[in-house]
Ligand binder design. Structure first.
Ligand SMILES: [Zn+2]
Length: 505
């Protein structure tokens, strides 16, 4: 799975600039279209330059990273790493350009006119639903506030920019895989891997719209019940929990077009492994296209009845049966040692910290608040999540050695995967560590049962302490949010706090 920080930053920019209302003037339509085209062109050009520079580094196709020097000096930067660094800079520049475009052309205000663009005028709505012209106007106003439509339109320029930015990368991929991949197929594949936060945002928009448009039709008792802060908070929390436990695995399996594992020896052996591990799993599925050199596996869903293990065809094509077993055993290790639930705890921690930080930064402007929140996300993920994720990878590696009975098949599988991906064994990954390091650790600890048991105990202690800490932060965040809601209601009603307090009794 991939964390698209650029998309998250773009979402936060939309939120912040939408709340700023810099002015109500919209400027000429020609200017906006010209600016959009220039924005997309600039994004493509930046990524094209990065791809060209990377190609130049791989021009001989041999040992792209070189070898460590005789004095032990490290090998030079791997072209993939070079590409990742410069692509990250290009992404940061794209987000800044997008934020400038949003602000300068008043884009979030402009998109609120979408019912008029789509021909949904008050007259037409009146014709469809009957009633007076005023009611038609009211429907048109309500549509203007649709979170689903506005959310999509606000982000649309950046979604196109993301597609454009992936085009140059395809050439790099073509350089190392034998078969040529069609552009549309490649873009679809990248989009499926990257756009999960966007799908989540759209799902939230749909949920908010269903609430907003459905409420006027609900009976009086339901409406009164739904207007309570506590009920709204419970509904939102319940929806998020359900989304995390069941919605995310359900969506990803469909978004990534997963298919059942074909009948055969591999399926039999993996099912036997599953039974032996004692980890409850709904299915092992095949994920992703074949022939793209894409070799990966993952496990989805903290909750057994909605848990899937996914393996790519590239993996089963190039690894032996024992190696496939070891890779799946690694994924089962993630499930068995509660890493997926820990991911949920990490997210709750981030949201709680975000709530506390936003309260603290109340006097700041919306843009500053969003910048603070984004900085918090980056620091939280790169430092805390990165360290936790690397520790979990290590535990899952050891769990694989335990379940399969030997660390060897996972070690050879990792080395094969690194070679197939262009010799990336020394490339450091902030959430996985380098493959060379993982192999080294497996060699050292993989057969030492005592050491493995001590490592499991250490991580179990960490999980418990961290969960307690997050529960504390979440309690603080809920209290602060309730306080805030009360203060807002007080400000709206303009009454003295004492009277409001009496009213509530
Ligand atoms: Zn893993």
């Amino acid at each position: 799975m991939r964390l698209p920080f650029d998309l998250i930053a773009a979402l936060l920019a939309v939120e912040a600039i939408g709340r700023m209302h810099p002015d109500t003037r919209l400027g000429s339509a020609v200017g906006v279209h010209g600016a959009l085209l220039l924005f997309w062109l600039a994004v493509w050009l930046m990524h094209e330059l990065v791809a060209r520079a990377t190609e130049w580094r791989t021009r001989f196709g041999h040992l792209p990273q070189g070898v460590p020097g005789p004095d032990g000096s490290p090998p030079r930067l791997h072209p993939m790493e070079f590409h990742a660094r410069w692509a990250l800079l290009a992404q940061a520049a794209s987000v800044l350009l997008f934020a400038f475009f949003l602000y300068e052309y008043n884009w979030p205000q402009r998109t609120q006119y979408w019912p008029a663009w789509a021909g949904l005028t008050p007259e037409r709505l009146q014709g469809w639903f009957g009633g007076t012209y005023e009611q038609g106007l009211e429907w048109s106003r309500r549509l203007q506030r649709s979170q689903l439509a506005n959310g999509f339109l606000d982000l649309f320029p950046f979604l196109v920019a993301m597609l454009v930015s992936w085009i140059p990368k395809l050439r790099l991929l073509d350089g190392r895989s034998s078969s040529r991949v069609k552009l549309v197929r490649w873009l679809g594949f990248e989009a499926r891997l990257t756009l999960l936060p966007f799908v989540f945002w759209m799902a939230m928009g749909l949920f908010a719209d269903a609430w907003y448009f459905g409420m006027p039709f609900a009976p009086e008792a339901v409406r009164r019940w739904a207007s309570s802060d506590t009920v709204q908070a419970m509904v939102v929390l319940g929806a998020l929990l359900l989304f995390f436990l069941a919605g995310v695995p359900f969506l990803i399996v469909r978004l990534w077009q997963c298919r059942p594992l074909p009948e055969g020896e591999l399926k039999e052996r993996l099912n036997a492994l599953l039974a032996r591990s004692g980890v409850k799993t709904r299915a092992i599925l095949v994920w992703g296209p074949s022939g793209m050199g894409f070799a990966n596996a993952c496990v989805l869903g903290p909750w057994g009845p909605m848990r899937y293990v996914l393996i790519s065809p590239g993996l089963s094509e190039s690894l032996s049966l024992e190696e496939c077993e070891a890779v799946v055993a690694h994924e089962l290790g993630h499930a068995r040692y509660g890493h997926l639930a820990l991911l949920g705890v990490l997210l709750v921690g981030l949201v709680s910290l975000g709530t506390i930080a936003t309260q603290w930064a109340q006097p700041w402007s919306p843009l500053e608040q969003s910048a603070l929140f984004f900085a918090l996300i980056v620091v939280y993920f790169r430092l805390l999540f990165g360290a936790v994720s690397r520790a979990c990878e290590r535990e899952a590696d050891l769990a694989s050695a335990e379940l399969v009975g030997s660390p060897l098949p996972l070690m050879t599988a990792l080395v094969k995967i690194a070679l197939m991906a262009g010799g990336i064994q020394h490339v450091y990954s902030w959430h996985h560590d380098s493959i060379a390091k993982r192999v080294e650790r497996l060699m050292r600890d993989g057969l030492d049962r005592d050491r493995i048991a001590r490592y499991h105990a250490r991580l179990r202690r960490f999980r418990m302490a961290f969960t307690a800490l997050v529960a504390l932060a979440a309690a603080c965040a809920v209290l602060l949010a309730m306080d805030q809601a009360r203060a807002e209601r007080r400000a709206r009603s303009g009454r003295m706090p004492e009277i409001v307090a009496q009213d509530r009794d």
